[in-house]
Design a protein around this ligand. Structure first.
Ligand code: SF4
Length: 484
């Protein structure tokens, strides 16, 4: 059955020549927090003759939010795939909509399927048998060539041929050497003022205006996919940001600004922006902050802006491993931040990675020791959360050719950390090993990933997680004692 959402700032059109479905293979709630998705929605709908509708993974078969139309009714399906785990979901959503997920088996009259997002940008190969095209880059750069190609072509084949001349468009068998394209001048690029505001569903960080002060990251950590594909780091000017805030909070009737950036305080402007938000009497939601960008004054400002938690990703406390992943920090800096967090009565969330190349079990135990030191400063163990993620070698990163740790080893390490850290902090989240393995395998398999994607789609999310987890559990049973 079709899900209905009560929201404002939805776009409806009566007359149009081109219909585009923007497929977000996740929940409606997740789609509300994706600024890239909303940028495409409003940019496309600003064009005369184009009607772009949103489709999320909320029913089978899925239907558009605006008019309840099935995917098969659209000229184009533009898929936003954040990571490889979205591919089996897209496969299933297409199949349930009566569209053959296999590109070679689709007909000329089927919609054109174009996939974009961080993972397809880094490695389009796994989508070879599914997508008619993959867009490698930032979505804004696709809008004009796509609409021109559709408007000037009488068939899907001709539209694809026209699209082949556009930068960033990767087309199986026709053009497989597309380079990644990014927006050069972020300050003058489109930023939606009116944004989708749900009347019933609360986004994870609350009702807010999504604001993108900067894009990309200049740190180039050796494991980071986002840093590898979105470069250089670009900023919007403070005057532009102030204008977006002034108009945006008013038309969206919100009093919170959700900052959307990989490195929000990578230049002095980040702090000035936060000061402006406070000056305007608004609240801010701030993402993970690079440790070297933080100081006590910034934490004080975050508190004034209503932020409850400071999020940092130290990744590993071991200097040799820090050097290997290209992200270093001094322990004293982390402890200084812990003191500021305590002083301003905030919570602290720490992200660590395990399974790093050359990592020993002692290196993993060092995470527990570091967290204990931090906890001793913060005092209240309930105010600390730790998140553990396995290292996944991602394409285009410096560590793309590194080996992923074995499932058995990862499982033993996560079990040990979960057990020991649970005695030290209020909450420990562990990323699912099966999710990490699937991402790694899909990338490694390249064009043959279709077999794995099909298998995962057939099993469905819950079943394949159980299957992989069962297999790992069988291999690891009894091995925990060795790790102490
Ligand atoms: S600082 Fe963060 S966003 Fe930037 S490259 Fe490193 S991990 Fe990626």
């Amino acid at each position: 059955m079709r899900a209905r959402y009560r929201e404002v700032n939805t776009v409806y059109k009566r007359r149009y020549a081109i219909r585009i479905a923007l497929l977000h293979p996740s929940t409606y709630q997740a789609s509300l927090t994706s600024l890239g998705y909303q940028i495409l929605y409003y940019m496309l709908n600003a064009l005369p003759g184009v009607f772009a509708e949103r489709v999320v993974n909320d029913s089978s078969p899925p239907r558009s939010i605006e008019t309840g139309s099935p995917l098969a009714n659209f000229d184009v399906i533009l898929v936003s795939a954040a990571f490889e785990l979205d591919y089996p979901v897209v496969y299933s959503l297409l199949a349930s909509s009566g569209i053959n997920p296999r590109r070679e088996r689709r007909e000329q009259e089927d919609p054109l399927i174009i996939v974009g997002g961080p993972s397809p940008t880094a490695n389009p190969q796994p989508l070879y048998h599914i997508a008619d095209a993959v867009f490698r880059g930032e979505g804004e750069k696709l809008v004009e060539p796509l609409v021109e190609a559709l408007a000037s072509s009488s068939s899907k084949k001709k539209a694809l041929e026209a699209l082949a001349s556009a930068e960033g468009v990767w087309i199986p068998d026709l053009k497989e050497d597309a380079r990644i394209v990014v927006v050069e001048d972020l300050d003058s690029s489109f930023h939606p003022i009116r944004q989708i505001q749900s009347l019933d569903v609360e986004p994870v960080w609350g009702k807010s205006l999504l604001l993108e002060p900067s894009r990309g990251c200049d740190k180039r950590c050796f494991f980071c996919l986002e840093g590898a594909i979105s470069k250089p780091r670009r900023e919007r000017s403070l005057s532009t940001l102030k204008r977006i805030i002034d108009e945006g909070v008013s038309v969206n009737c919100v009093n919170k600004v959700a900052i959307y950036a990989l490195r929000p305080f990578g230049s002095p402007q980040g702090q000035k922006l936060l000061e402006y938000i406070i000056e305007r009497g608004l609240e801010a939601s701030i993402p993970s902050v690079l440790l070297e960008d933080l100081d006590e004054h910034l934490i004080e400002l975050m508190k004034k802006a209503g932020q409850k938690t400071v999020t940092i990703a130290p990744e590993t406390p071991v200097r040799a491993l820090q050097n290997r992943i290209g992200k270093t920090y001094a322990r004293e800096k982390l402890l200084e931040i812990a003191r500021a967090v305590r002083k301003h009565k905030l919570s602290l969330k720490l992200y660590y990675m395990i399974g790093l190349p050359g990592e020993s079990i002692e290196d993993v135990k060092a995470i527990v020791e570091e967290v204990k030191e931090v906890r001793n400063i913060v005092g209240d163990f309930q105010k600390i959360k730790v998140s553990i993620t396995p290292f996944i070698p991602k394409p285009l990163t410096v560590l793309s050719r590194a080996q992923m740790d074995s499932p058995t080893s990862l499982k033993l390490k996560t079990r040990m950390l979960k057990r020991q850290l649970s005695e030290v902090v209020g909450r420990v989240d562990v990323y699912r090993i099966s999710d990490a393995l699937v991402q790694y395998r899909i990338n490694k398999m390249g064009k043959s990933a279709i077999y794995l994607i099909e298998e995962l789609a057939r099993l469905g999310g819950t079943s394949w997680h159980l299957l992989v987890e069962q297999r790992i559990r069988k291999e690891t049973s009894g091995g925990l004692e060795e790790l102490g």
